[in-house]
Design a protein around this ligand. Structure first.
Ligand code: ADP
Ligand code: MG
Length: 665
């Protein structure tokens, strides 16, 4: 009895229809998803000419019965859905029954498949949607689909294809992402004579990240571990009599939904110019989702400049009923049933982990993940399906070099000098095994770097670097002095620290003000004479909007005639000469923030602004007692790693690095 059925019209009509086959990578995506849905554990992908000439995917999945193989090329033929109800809880990657017929209509397709339930396999040959051959064939188990001459019969489409390199970059990134989502499976991506990705099954995501990117990247990342949060569903709002009946009819329905989060994200010091290094998976499906993206970036709020983004691989697991994947034809967008719960879960978890791990920036700026030579050539092509970056014909080499991080706000004039007197030792940590080939930077030409890299074999646990030096050790630091009256030099249990006194104090004050604000008792001081400020019409509107917020933050203000306000009291931390500037600054924040961000963000930004103005400045001599106090107070903060604007606070130069620099080891 076959498994595939044609969906009834009323189901087919409810499916987000659309063009599935846009480019070679979309063919690869659909075929890979089919193989994964078929339970394959071993997937091989062969590509020629960026997928124009040939795409072949060979899997060891369940294969298809003869009748099913024929049916699979009908529109809306699927084994994954039966009725409309199934659309509410989709547990497979595919569900529309559209991919195979769509691909077959724009290419020459060869399907070879055999289910273990039948003694022989089936071979079907289709060109431009017309079936040419359907025959019995002696085949092993699993399925092989070969797609040749994509768009041979749709010249308009063919014309829109990008260069072979670009198309291949899209494919390589896609396969890499799926390989990260399925560490227990083996993936091989072969393009012409080059192996771009070869990963064998491993037990954990950590090992897969190691296989794909190499060990250096793990050094830069914080492991989420496995975090869970339960959502308690309210009882159904139906009349009591009916509710009782419903409960009886569905006694197993659990009133709790469990959400799980795992994966990796980068320390705040790793700052990317765009979102391309953020990968979000929901139930192992790579998606683009503004909600989760926002949650992620708000976890870094006040730890990273607003224009910077982290590197993240985030896996959210939930019951299929909680997420609607039938929103967009390419299945990359989803809709959560309980969006704000998901948002807060992701934001809080990442923020908590950031605080727990308190990762210290290292003295020698570590290579950012995308710059780190990855273990697998395919990983060097961080195409994000969502980015337009590769859409222009820029050579791949240019695209793989991450946009340079935004230069940090230089702040007040500073004496010019460089923190890096000696070249940083490379690599920073010594791994006993296996040798990691440090590839030279991005290839000089526009060509893909396809030379065979040293593939990692089994994962040696000892190759995982020891956890990074945590900022918790700050409490043991002994100040030695200042340089340029701006940076505190301190000796610690392991090596040397340099702490930026201004941003350190800024962080201390920021958290203090935020806590006072939350507790509703901000320390204020009354001014001897009210400060009268003139406002522009725009500022007047902003003022009206945030007057309550200003008050809660410790500013006592009131309207004073036409477009004028009187400030009567201010937070104790703010000194009188700074007051005027800070009020104008807050009005400016309000102007930009109120358009997009939440009230919470506005609040944090007001606190950040107060902290910045009130903090000790650079070019200021500090005595030892002050320095000691500053380091202790910094150690006691929740986030001692970066200032509320995202600049690093403390740099660490380990004893090991010092020994290496002096050639003692
Ligand atoms: P969908 O994945 O949405 O069901 P497709 O057109 O992609 O639709 O595939 C149609 C059907 O063909 C699938 O439901 C599945 O039963 C079968 N199929 C496709 N690819 C494979 C494969 N690699 N192994 C086993 N069965 C497959
Ligand atoms: Mg499919």
């Amino acid at each position: 009895m076959g498994r595939i059925r044609i969906l009834p019209d009323q189901v087919a009509n409810k499916i987000a229809a659309g063009e599935v086959v846009e480019r070679p990578a979309s063919v690869v995506k659909e075929l890979l998803e089919n193989s994964l849905d078929a339970g394959a554990r071993d997937l091989r992908i062969e590509i020629e000419s960026g997928g124009r000439r040939l795409i072949r995917i060979v899997d060891d999945g369940c294969g298809m019965l003869r009748d099913d193989a024929l049916l699979a090329f009908e529109r809306h033929a699927t084994s994954k859905l039966r009725d409309v109800k199934d659309l509410l809880s989709i547990a497979t990657l595919g569900f529309r029954g559209e991919a195979l017929p769509s691909i077959a209509s724009v290419s020459r397709l060869l399907l070879e498949t055999r289910s273990p339930e039948e003694p022989t396999g089936t071979r079907i040959d289709i060109a431009g949607g017309k079936m040419l051959v359907c025959e019995e064939a002696a085949l092993g188990g699993g399925t092989s689909i070969t797609v040749r001459d994509l768009f041979f019969n749709v010249p308009a489409r063919r014309k829109f294809l990008r260069s072979e390199q670009t198309e291949l970059a899209h494919i390589a990134a896609l396969v890499t992402h799926y390989s990260l989502a399925h560490p227990d499976k083996s993936f091989r991506l072969i393009a012409g004579a080059n192996e771009l990705l070869t990963v064998t099954p491993v037990a954990t995501l950590k090992e897969r990240v190691y296989q794909v990117f190499g060990s250096q990247i793990l050094d830069e990342l914080v492991d989420i571990g496995l975090r869970e949060r339960d959502l308690f569903l309210p009882p159904p709002s139906v009349p009591p009599s009916q509710a009782i009946a419903e409960y009886r009819s569905e006694p197993d329905e659990p009133p709790v939904r469990r959400f799980r989060l795992s994966g990796y994200f980068s320390r705040p010091q790793i700052q990317k110019g765009n979102r391309n290094s953020i990968f979000i998976f929901v139930n192992r499906r790579l998606i683009r989702d503004r909600l989760v993206m926002h949650a992620l970036t708000s976890a870094y709020h006040n730890l990273m400049p607003p224009s910077a983004y982290p590197f993240a691989l985030v896996f959210l697991e939930c019951e299929p009923e909680e997420v609607d994947v039938n929103v967009h034809p390419s299945k990359t967008e989803v809709r959560f049933r309980h969006g704000s719960f998901v948002h807060d879960f992701v934001r809080d978890t990442i923020r908590e982990r950031l605080m727990e791990s308190r990762p210290a920036p290292t003295f020698s700026p570590a290579p950012t993940p995308a710059r780190t030579p990855p273990a697998q050539p395919a990983a060097q092509l961080p195409y994000s399906e969502f980015s337009q970056m590769l859409e222009n014909e820029a050579p791949v080499a240019a695209a793989i070099v991450d946009a340079a991080p935004e230069p940090a706000d230089p702040g007040p004039a500073m004496p010019e000098f460089t923190l890096r007197a000696t070249p940083p030792p490379v690599p920073r940590l010594d791994f006993s095994a296996p040798p990691i080939e440090v590839a030279p930077g991005p290839p000089p030409s526009g060509k893909l770097q396809t030379r065979r890299l040293d593939m990692h074999g089994e994962f040696p646990p000892e190759a995982i670097p020891a956890p990074e030096m945590s900022l918790s050790v700050l409490s043991d630091l002994r100040p030695l002095g200042q340089i340029h009256e701006s940076f505190i030099i301190a000796a610690g249990r392991d090596g040397l620290w340099i702490v930026d006194q201004h941003v350190a104090h800024e962080r201390i004050l920021f958290e203090q003000v935020l806590k006072q604000r939350a507790a509703g008792r901000v320390e204020t001081q009354r001014l001897l004479m009210p400060l009268i400020l003139q406002l522009t019409p725009e500022q007047q509107i902003d003022y009206a909007r945030i007057a309550d917020e200003l008050h809660a933050s410790g500013f006592e203000t009131e309207p004073f005639g036409n477009r004028t306000i009187a400030v009567k009291a201010a937070p104790a931390a703010v000194s009188a000469p700074d007051l005027e500037r800070i009020v104008y600054e807050i009005l400016e924040i309000a102007d930009t923030e109120l358009r997009g961000a939440s009230l919470d963000d506005l609040r944090r930004n007001i606190c950040a602004s107060i902290a910045c103005r009130a903090a000790i400045k650079i070019n200021m001599r500090l005595d030892f007692a002050k320095m000691e106090w500053l380091l202790k107070a910094l150690a006691a903060t929740d986030c001692p790693m970066s200032c509320p604007h995202g600049r690093p606070i403390a740099m660490h130069y380990s004893t090991r690095e010092i020994l290496k620099a002096f050639h003692r080891i």
